[in-house]
Design a protein around this ligand. Structure first.
Ligand code: FAQ
Length: 341
C-alpha cells in the first residue's frame, strides 16, 4: 500500500535584503548596524548624525565664551557642566556615526574641509549674559523639540543616543529659562537685556529646524525611511506653540508683529522668515562662521600631542597584551603591583 506524503506548501521566496529593510521600516522597528541598508540611507544617516555631532562640539563655543564671566560662582559651575554635557553629546553621536562604517577622524576632517556642516545657530555671537539664558531656553528648547522626535528615528544607535541626550537637554532648557526668569525679575536694565537677547535669538532659533518643507530636499526620503517622523515645518510650529506662552510668562515680547493665535488652526500664525539670511549663514557668511571654524581648527591642532600620546599609550598596551606570558617568577612590569600604566 502506498501512502500519500503530507502536503508541504512551497516555502515563500526568501525576502531580499531590500524587502527586509522596508518591512522593518514599515513595522516601525529599528535598523541596526549589521542590517542591510540602502547606500542612500547610510549616507543620509552619516550626514545627519555627523552634522549633529559637529553642532554639539562647535556649540560649546558661544556659551564657553561666558564661563569666565558668569555672574556668580553657582552660575559658573552650572555653565561649565552644561558645556561639558554638549561635548559628551558630540562623543555619543560620533560613536553612533562610527557604527555606519566611518571614523570620527574622517568626519572631523570633512568638517574642517567644509564638506560637512554644523547648525546655523552657532554662528551668532553671545554679547550679554542674557544670551546664555536664550541659548538654554530657545536653542536647547528647539533642539529638544527635534530630538524627542529623533529618539524614535529608525536607526537604532542614533535613536538610543537621543534618549540620554534629551534628558540632559531638558535640564539645559530649564536652566536657560531660569536665567531669563531671574533677569526679568531684576532691574529695568536687566529686563532690557533679556528682551534684547530674545530679539536677536528668536529668528535664528526658528531656522534651526531647517528650510521650509517645500525647499527641503531630504525630507521626503527621510520621512519615507522613518528617519524623520515629523517635518521641519511641523516641528517649527510645535516649537512656536510651546514657546510663545513661555515668553508671555516672562513678560517679554516675541519680535514678530504678525504672531497671533489662530483659533481655527489651533496654532500660532507667525510672520515670514528671512530664508536668504539662513542660506547665507549656512554657506559660511554668518556673523561668526569664520571665528568658530578658526577656533575649532586651532583647538584641533593644539590637541595633536594629546591624540598622539593616547595612540602611543594604546599601542603600548596592545603590544603588552600580545606579548607571550612570562615564565619567570620575577615581575616583568616596572609598574607597581596591580597598577596598569
Ligand atoms: N543649520 O533637506 P533639509 C543643539 C542643511 S544640536 C545648518 O531639511 P535634513 C544642542 C541640511 O543639512 C543642533 N544646516 O535637511 C546644543 C541640508 O544640507 P545638505 C543640531 C542646515 O537633514 C544646544 C540642507 O540644509 N541638531 O542645538 C540646517 O533633512 C545648545 C537642506 O535641508 C541637529 O543637527 C541648519 N539649521 O533636515 C548644543 C539635529 N537646516 O544636504 C550646544 C539633527 C538644514 O545640502 C548648545 N538634524 N540644513 O548638505 C536634523 O534633524 C536635520 O538634519 C535638520 C535638517 C532638521 C537640521
Amino acid at each position: 500500500m502506498t501512502t500519500t506524503p503530507p502536503f508541504t506548501p512551497p516555502a515563500p521566496p526568501a525576502a531580499s535584503p531590500e524587502e527586509r529593510f522596508q518591512s522593518l521600516i514599515g513595522a516601525g522597528e529599528k535598523i541596526e548596524p549589521r542590517d542591510w541598508m540602502p547606500d542612500a540611507y547610510r549616507n543620509t544617516m552619516i550626514r545627519q548624525i555627523a552634522q549633529h555631532a559637529h553642532s554639539e562640539v562647535i556649540g560649546q563655543q558661544p556659551e564657553g565664551n561666558w564661563i569666565t564671566r558668569a555672574p556668580t560662582l553657582v552660575r559658573k559651575a552650572i555653565l561649565i557642566a552644561k558645556v561639558q554635557d554638549e561635548a559628551g553629546h558630540g562623543l555619543y553621536l560620533y560613536s553612533a556615526a562610527e557604527t555606519l562604517g566611518v571614523s570620527r577622524h574622517e568626519l572631523t576632517e570633512m568638517l574642517h574641509a567644509g564638506r560637512q556642516k554644523y547648525s546655523s545657530i552657532f554662528n551668532y555671537p553671545t554679547l550679554t549674559w542674557a544670551d546664555i539664558g536664550c541659548i538654554g531656553w530657545l536653542v536647547d528648547g528647539a533642539a529638544i523639540t527635534n530630538q524627542v522626535m529623533l529618539s524614535r528615528t529608525s536607526y537604532g544607535p542614533y535613536a538610543r543616543a537621543m534618549v540620554k541626550i534629551c534628558k540632559e537637554e531638558s535640564f539645559h532648557q530649564r536652566q536657560g529659562y531660569e536665567i531669563m526668569l531671574a533677569l526679568v525679575k531684576g532691574t529695568e536694565a536687566q529686563r532690557a537685556m533679556a528682551q534684547d537677547a530674545l530679539n536677536r535669538w528668536w529668528w535664528p532659533s526658528l531656522v534651526m529646524f531647517g528650510p521650509p518643507d517645500t525647499d527641503s530636499p531630504h525630507t521626503p526620503e527621510s520621512v519615507a525611511w522613518g528617519i524623520k517622523l515629523e517635518t521641519n515645518d511641523e516641528l517649527r510650529q510645535r516649537f512656536i506653540d510651546t514657546t510663545v506662552p513661555q515668553a508671555d510668562h516672562l513678560g517679554l515680547t516675541i519680535p514678530d508683529a504678525e504672531l497671533r493665535w489662530n483659533e481655527e488652526r489651533g496654532h500660532y500664525d507667525f510672520g515670514p522668515i528671512d530664508w536668504d539670511d539662513f542660506w547665507r549663514v549656512i554657506r559660511g557668511d554668518g556673523p561668526c562662521n569664520r571665528e568658530r571654524m578658526a577656533h575649532k581648527l586651532a583647538a584641533w591642532n593644539e590637541g595633536a600631542w594629546v591624540r598622539e600620546a593616547a595612540q602611543a599609550h594604546a599601542a603600548k598596551r596592545a603590544a603588552r597584551a600580545a606579548a607571550p606570558t612570562p615564565v619567570s617568577d620575577s615581575p616583568v612590569s616596572d609598574s607597581p603591583a596591580g597598577v596598569q600604566r
